[in-house]
Write a protein that binds this ligand. Structure first.
Ligand SMILES: [Zn+2]
Length: 213
């Protein structure tokens, strides 16, 4: 990928960061976004500790899979290892959005999963949204637990922390991050009225096959 193309990815991340902030999926500098540089063991990722409304293209960092900084003066996100872990195990993933959104974090703080009670959960995210065991922010444990609990799906909750969503490209990962927050909210609301009913098992299996396509 040439410099101009990498620059375009950086601009996409800057724009998505502002959108993530304005949609209330994060506050300040929390959460992070990355895109895989296709065909190379490298990613473009948000910097550490800079607020999204202050991030410019030159603040976005390029790192390789060994976490060496190749471009940018800033430190890469503290969760760079978690992002790399997903890219290494999931060749289909082109972008990742990690948020601290309210409803997803509320469920994650109970150590609960979001069951397949809506079609979108299976069709777009791959099924029940698992919760990764706790690991401290930036730790190897968090990265390993997140990769394991994510499996082949497009989203995972992170215990006592937030959620991680992925997709073929940034737009896909972003929509999935919004969807996680939306279904988390619906799950909480319907749980207040009773016990949400899961989709029939055969529908889950059928929709999982559609998801895998
Ligand atoms: Zn986080």
């Amino acid at each position: 990928m040439n410099g101009k193309e990498v620059n375009k990815l950086k601009m996409e991340i800057v724009e998505a960061g502002k959108r993530m902030l304005h949609k209330g999926l994060v506050i300040g500098a929390s959460g992070n976004i990355s895109i895989r540089i296709s065909g190379e063991d490298k990613i473009v990722i948000t910097p550490s500790q800079i607020k999204y409304d202050k991030i410019g293209v030159n603040d976005i960092v390029v790192v390789d899979f060994k976490k060496n900084v190749l471009e940018g003066d800033r430190s890469p996100s503290v969760e760079t290892g978690m992002h790399i872990g997903v890219y290494e195990t999931r060749p289909d993933v082109g972008a990742i959005v990690h948020t601290h959104s309210v409803y997803a974090s509320a469920i994650a703080s109970l150590g609960k999963t979001i069951p397949p009670f809506l079609d979108d959960i299976v069709l777009m995210l791959g099924g029940e949204i698992e919760v990764a065991e706790y690991g401290m922010p930036g730790s190897k444990e968090l990265a390993e637990n997140a990769v394991r609990a994510l499996g082949k799906k497009n989203a995972v909750l992170l215990a006592n922390h937030g959620s991680l969503s992925c997709g073929k490209n940034l737009e896909g990962a972003f929509v999935n991050a919004e969807l996680v927050e939306r279904v988390a909210k619906i799950f909480i609301l319907s749980s207040l009225l009773g016990k949400p009913k899961n989709l029939p098992q055969e529908v889950v299996q059928l929709e999982q096959q559609i998801f895998e396509l």
